[in-house]
Design a protein around this ligand. Structure first.
Ligand code: KIV
Length: 307
């Protein structure tokens, strides 16, 4: 993005961002802003902040579901998160991440899973990881009429096979593999592609070869847009942050401080104050006392703790 002069404006509120709007942004050199979201409030924040694309990333496995990696998250869990995000979103394009094991086995499996994200969760598009066999899956899903976003470089679903959570494509040979994967996904009909954790030099070499929008995360400044994980950029998540993460807020600190102050108030009987409560009109209170005297004269034995 650094070489391009044009800045971009947020999308017009309530006018859903389309595939052609993203393609146009690329053509005009206007950066695309993408962020992840996993629930109704984070979707509302993304909407109000005016991003172009929201990804319900399988990173939600770690950030909101507490799994140690993205691998264990199920289709059902991803659908629940995606549907919640859908309810909070009107303008940005909504992309659902196909979780590990939900698309690799066959084209049929890939199409069936992608259809669930569109039908049950209201996603506009889906994302899948890797080149290789994922290229055929992308072709099949696109053929079924569902827009697909590709993802190359560091692909967390197969991080073990890649040697861990480390940047990819740092030798010329490995970089060429990343290039082949990216071009194959473009050829498969993907409308956009994520470059994750690859050298900025590799991105710079590949950009002139890609016609579809490229969204970077740890891929340098030359991509058509950037994506960051919601919890990373806002400082909500307490785990390890990758080098490419820029923290724009320390929300976790504020949350801990808020909850600790509440707990302290409760323990010190400072909360609730009279203004937090509801009142009865004095005559209703008096009537209640009469009713209680008549109908519940004393504490029933069953309410007493066992001797
Ligand atoms: O799951 C995710 O959040 C992602 C982004 C990092 C692109 O795949």
């Amino acid at each position: 993005m650094s070489a391009r002069p044009t800045a971009s404006a947020p999308p017009a509120k309530g006018k859903p961002v389309t595939l052609s709007a993203l393609a146009e942004k690329k053509a005009l050199g206007e950066p695309i802003a993408m962020v992840t979201a996993y629930d109704f409030p984070s979707a509302q924040v993304a909407e109000e902040a005016g991003v172009d694309v929201v990804l319900v990333g399988d990173s939600g496995a770690m950030t909101v579901l507490g799994y140690p990696s993205t691998v264990p998250v199920s289709v059902e869990e991803m659908l629940m998160l995606s549907a919640a995000v859908r309810r909070g979103l009107q303008t940005p394009m909504l992309v659902g991440d196909l979780p590990f094991g939900s698309y690799e086995v066959s084209d049929q499996q890939a199409v069936a899973t992608a259809q669930r994200f569109v039908k049950e969760a209201g996603c506009d598009a889906v994302k899948l990881e890797r080149g290789g066999t994922s290229v055929a899956r992308a072709t099949a899903i696109v053929g079924a009429g569902i827009p697909v976003m590709g993802h190359v470089g560091l692909t967390p679903q197969t991080a073990t096979a890649l040697g861990g959570y480390r940047s990819q494509g740092r030798t010329a040979e490995r970089a060429l593999e990343v290039a082949h994967d990216a071009l194959a996904l473009q050829e498969a009909g993907c409308f956009a592609i994520v470059f994750e954790a690859i050298p900025s030099d590799l991105t710079a070499e590949l950009m002139p070869r890609l016609e579809i929008p490229v969204i970077g995360i740890g891929a340098g400044p030359d991509t058509d847009g950037q994506v960051l994980v919601f919890h990373d950029l806002l400082g909500i998540y307490d785990g390890h942050a990758a080098r490419f993460v820029k923290r724009y807020a320390d929300v976790r600190k504020s949350m801990v401080e808020g909850v600790a102050a509440y707990a302290e108030d409760v323990r010190a009987r400072r909360y609730p104050e009279p203004r937090h409560g509801y009142t009865m009109a004095p005559d209703e209170r008096e009537r209640l006392r009469e009713l209680l005297r008549a109908r519940i004269p004393s504490t029933p034995a069953t309410f007493l703790p066992p001797a």
